[in-house]
Design a protein around this ligand. Structure first.
Ligand code: NAD
Length: 295
């Protein structure tokens, strides 16, 4: 397939390289020329703007920081919708608000294009290794067309519902992850204060009802599991800045449907405080420091 890929950061770089590995022709663009040059030297065709990247391709994929970037890339003059052919399938993979993808979707449909939201879970390791989980929203025929391409970049590709449903899943999922990480920080700090060996607590709780994906994979305590960011001074992984963004998206989503999520709100407030203290570029599991400092 001919693919145009926009946004070659931590996640997009590995995803684009996996498409090359799967023998697709991949044109790439990023506002950072170093990122474009790197991929140009590794099997992609570097482009100087969005219009060149998306013209005459079957599929456009984007992996951008926030909703404002997505609106700009898709809707601005010489942006994706103005420059791509009719019938192009647009695959938007960033973690953004549901409203933005619906707005972009409306313009895309008016221009006879197909569009899905396909946010991911699995982090940089998943992007590099092609083991991401894709949560997809959009029409079933668009999902079916996207499936083999997403499969080249991930190991789970799941249809969640109409456009925006993938993002709704992602936002709800990450509210669980953020709150769980805070509870892990609290319980491991408390276990230590109660005189327990933290490794012993892990060995037992990971086989009891306290066990969670975050405990098994992102434990905020060093030297117990291999994949813990705490082993490397909390080098991300998944940055606290990103978790703050996702928890903010969760609160906007909760407000938009008129429900209260007090635990999600408290998680947002704690990450806000932690990031304000200058810790935004640490791994999100470093939130345990906030709990230790207040103990
Ligand atoms: P990143 O900041 O490393 O990469 C984003 C890239 O987009 C950058 O290279 C930037 O230069 C480029 N960009 C920004 N504006 C642009 C524009 N107008 N035109 C072209 N390129 C532009 O971010 P990332 O870590 O790759 O994350 C991307 C998305 O994936 C985010 O929405 C994030 O929430 C989500 N996500 C990240 C992770 C993770 O572990 N990093 C995990 C799951 C989901």
């Amino acid at each position: 397939m001919n693919i145009g890929f926009i946004g070659l950061g931590n996640m997009g770089k590995g995803m684009a390289l996996n498409l090359v590995k799967a023998k697709h022709e991949v044109k790439v663009y990023d506002i950072n020329p170093d990122a474009v040059n790197y991929l140009n030297s590794n099997g992609c065709t570097g482009c100087k703007d969005i219009a060149n990247t998306v013209s005459n391709v079957d599929i456009v994929i984007s992996m951008l920081p926030e909703g404002s970037h997505v609106s700009e890339v898709y809707l601005s003059k010489n942006g994706v919708i103005e420059s791509a052919n009719n019938n192009t399938l647009l695959i938007e993979c960033s973690t953004i608000d549901v409203e933005t993808i619906k707005n972009v979707g409306e313009v895309a449909y008016n221009n006879k294009m197909k569009i899905i939201d396909a946010p991911v879970s699995g982090g940089i390791v998943g992007a590099d290794n092609g083991t991401l989980t894709f949560m997809v929203g959009g029409k079933k025929d668009s999902f079916n067309k996207a499936y083999p391409i997403l499969n080249n970049m991930g190991k789970n590709v799941i249809h969640a519902g109409e456009l925006g449903a993938g993002l709704a899943v992602k936002i709800c999922n990450n509210m669980i992850l953020g709150a769980t990480m805070i509870l892990l920080g609290e319980s491991f700090t408390m276990a230590k204060k109660l005189g327990l060996d933290q490794k012993k607590f892990f060995d037992i709780s990971s086989k009891a009802t306290g066990m969670s994906w975050a405990m098994l994979n992102h434990l905020p305590v060093a030297n117990i599991i291999e994949t813990s960011a705490a082993n490397n001074g909390f080098k991300p992984g998944f940055a606290a800045d990103m978790m703050l963004k996702d928890l903010s998206l969760a609160q906007s989503a909760a407000t938009s449907v008129g429900i209260k999520t007090p635990i999600g709100m408290e998680a947002l407030n704690m990450y806000k405080k932690f990031v304000r203290q200058g810790n935004g570029s640490l791994d999100y599991s470093a939130i345990i420091k906030l709990i230790e400092d207040n103990s």
